[in-house]
Design a protein around this ligand. Structure first.
Ligand SMILES: Cc1cc2nc3c(=O)[nH]c(=O)nc-3n(C[C@H](O)[C@H](O)[C@H](O)COP(=O)(O)OP(=O)(O)OC[C@H]3O[C@@H](n4cnc5c(N)ncnc54)[C@H](O)[C@@H]3O)c2cc1C
Length: 387
């Protein structure tokens, strides 16, 4: 087993074992650490080895929401949680997770797009959110790359100034480091292969190196949670929606804001990198990028922003978004088990919702109280207690 740097030399037995060192597992460990609960993360590969290491890191509830519902409320609260978290992590472990409200410009490619985006603008402004409609000739004022012909060929755009972004892999590292500083343990290269079960309790997690005992176990292994749940007869309906992205660099002009066309998005980073994402490939477990995936993204970007053709390629990545059939998270106590918590299926929003999920799971573990805002997203909507 490999220890995370900073691991206490005389570890005390953890109260909670978390399977999976992605955004969700590390957010839970962090909140538990703040609340004085000792946890241990078992990570098969390395921290952020899954979807969390690939994610574009957008904090984008408004651009993602077709209508107003409880999930939208949750994602807005998620966006709000990131600024204070980033400041606390910087103070704590000195890592800048680059949390910034860069805004998102959602451009309309055609008339149908324009009608739909203006409909969204109406209900979002009616809710008191900032969402401004820009005609095509105004797009360049918001994003200089859309000055001139590039902007005029579009059917306008929705400017969402409060949307933001973080650097996802660094966020995971910072959460883990801050957790370890408060006594949590992280073991990378340790594969959970199953559970020790006594009636309706899980007494430990089985790894090739031995059994790790715990009072509570949290399954936060992203899309791979399904296989582990299966070992104890839980049919967790979580599958992959593969996403491919490219890391680019502009030779001349870098986008000022996030530009999203519906077919693809461009996310400018602090260091001048630009993320071009992302494909949506339902049911695909193969984590390797493909020419077709990268080709479709390039085509989608070049269609509305020819300047991207001069950007150079620095990296090509793919990750598996864990998704439930209804595309909402599955967060809560596993039906039929007293001390097993499920925290997965965050689909396109696992970075955005990590901090809230962490808070809620910690509360559930400490007091048994189900936070009302998470109540609609419990596992019982798919799994009965008599499974
Ligand atoms: C291309 C792309 C772009 C995205 N963009 C955004 C975005 O802009 N904003 C946003 O909010 N979300 C985004 N997402 C979604 C987000 O990445 C996911 O929702 C989130 O990362 C899920 O986190 P997780 O911790 O549940 O899973 P993961 O990050 O996949 O972590 C699961 C971890 O469990 C480990 N593991 C698996 N099996 C075992 C085992 N048996 N034992 C121990 N460890 C195990 C894995 O190695 C992995 O590290 C994007 C995803 C992709 C692919």
């Amino acid at each position: 087993m490999q220890s995370f740097p900073g691991r206490p030399t005389t570890p005390v037995a953890p109260e909670v074992v978390i399977v999976g060192g992605g955004s969700i597992g590390c957010s839970i460990a962090y909140q538990l650490a703040l609340d004085g609960v000792r946890s241990l993360i078992l990570e098969r590969d390395y921290l952020a080895a899954g979807a969390s290491g690939v994610a574009a890191g957008m904090l984008a509830p408004q651009v993602e929401a077709p209508f107003d519902d409880p999930f939208f409320d949750l994602t807005l609260a998620g966006r709000k949680s990131h600024g204070p978290l980033a400041a606390a992590l910087y103070e704590d472990v000195g890592l800048d997770v680059e949390c910034r409200a860069t805004g998102i410009l959602r451009v309309a490619l055609d008339e149908a797009d324009r009608v739909e985006l203006q409909r969204r603008q109406r209900w979002q402004t009616a809710r008191g959110l900032r969402a401004d409609w820009l005609e095509s000739e105004q797009l360049g004022e918001c994003e200089p790359l859309l000055n001139g012909v590039a902007g005029r060929l579009l059917a306008g755009g929705l400017w969402l100034p409060d949307e933001g972004q973080v650097r996802s892999p660094r966020l995971v590292q910072a959460l883990a480091a801050a957790s370890v500083k408060r006594g949590a343990m992280v073991v990378e290269g340790s594969w959970a292969v199953g559970f020790e079960r006594r009636g309706d309790r899980i007494s430990g997690v089985r790894t090739p190196q031995g059994i790790v005992s715990a009072e509570t176990v949290v399954l936060a292994a992203g899309v791979w949670s399904t296989d582990l749940a299966q070992t104890i007869g839980l049919d967790l309906p979580v599958g992959p929606v593969k996403g491919q992205i490219l890391t680019l660099r502009a030779i001349q002009q870098t986008p000022r804001t996030v530009i999203w066309s519906g077919e693809c998005y461009l996310v400018p980073r602090v260091d001048g990198q630009v993320i071009l994402g992302a494909t949506e490939e339902d049911g695909n477990y193969d984590r390797r990028p493909t020419l077709a995936g990268i080709g479709s993204l390039s085509e989608a970007a070049l269609e509305f922003l020819p300047a991207v053709g001069q950007f150079t390629i620095e990296g090509i990545w793919a990750g598996l978004r864990p998704a439930a059939p209804d595309r909402y998270p599955i967060v809560g106590r596993a039906p039929g088990f007293e001390n097993l918590i499920l925290a997965t299926a965050h689909y396109r929003n696992g970075i955005l919702l990590g901090p809230l999920t962490g808070r809620w799971i910690s509360q559930l573990i400490r007091s048994g109280v189900v936070a009302p805002e998470f109540a609609p997203f419990g596992p019982e909507r798919f799994i009965s207690s008599g499974h």
